[in-house]
Design a protein around this ligand. Sequence first.
Ligand code: BV8
Length: 235
Amino acid sequence: MPEVPRIVVLTGAGVSQESGLATFRDLGGIWSQVRLEEVATPEAFAADPARVHAFYSARRAQLIEPGVQPNAAHRALARLDAAWPADFLLVTQNVDDLHERAGSTRMVQMHGALNRVRCTACGAVTPWREQLDMRTPCPSCSRTTLRPDIVWFGEMPMQMGRIAEALAGCTLFVSIGTSGQVHPAAGFVAEVRDHAHTVELNLEQSAGSMLFDEVAQGPATKSVPAFVDRLLATL
Ligand code: BV8
């Protein structure tokens, strides 16, 4: 009986694209509308907090739009999470809540989450769905020192210890809907390819495609359910 694979799945903005959330580097993507240096770094927040709050409040507001729902790819990954009898970890670069709403539980949001805010004074992290600006008081300490609980460029991604452990132990690594341009996530495939079978499910070639054992191109709502069904059929 061959050993049941220990799985790590990495997702990026492409997995939420068919739910109506913009990606970053595709045509018309977020970074073609606004420069990341102006809204996604600690320096940007220090220089113009109102601008940064407005950028994230607009994206947070999208999450409660009726048309923004988990898609077939999110649901298939939640099904895999629930059914897989061995180690499984979903590591997402996304800050939306669609994996969570689809039911994924063994999950790390390495770049933080739009639906949480963090107080830079007392450290409290609070679930948050509304707008946020410089006058919003922290629910815990009442000081106006809240920021999005998001990992900006130049900041350390979250739960890197747990991610490193899962990467070291995995025998199957699947990368879905990411252009492979942001580190350290973009470096995961190089870290695992000596001890894991690596698969990329993406709409088109990514910066790291040549590092994968298997590459399947197409929309995530088609490729991910098919891949999950194939995996579950091996149990
Ligand atoms: C850190 C939160 C150090 C914000 C984000 C040079 C070399 C190596 C590293 C660096 C370097 N220069 C600078 C760095 C570091 C930097 C970095 O990598 N910069 C890049 C730009 C070169 N990284 C960092 O700063 C990281 N931190 O290094 O800290 C440190 C060490 C010690 C102590 C302290 C600090 C932090 C990076 C995190 C930044 N925050 N997000 C926000 O969301 O607003 S990153 C941002 O990019 C998003 O989170 C996004 O998720 C992420 C990656 O983008 P993708 O998800 O891949 O999205 P993209 O649009 O690019 O691609 C979408 C893909 O989907 C495409 O391939 C497309 O074809 C595909 N697709 C589209 N539709 C579909 C589809 N696929 C399937 N189906 C579809 N329907």
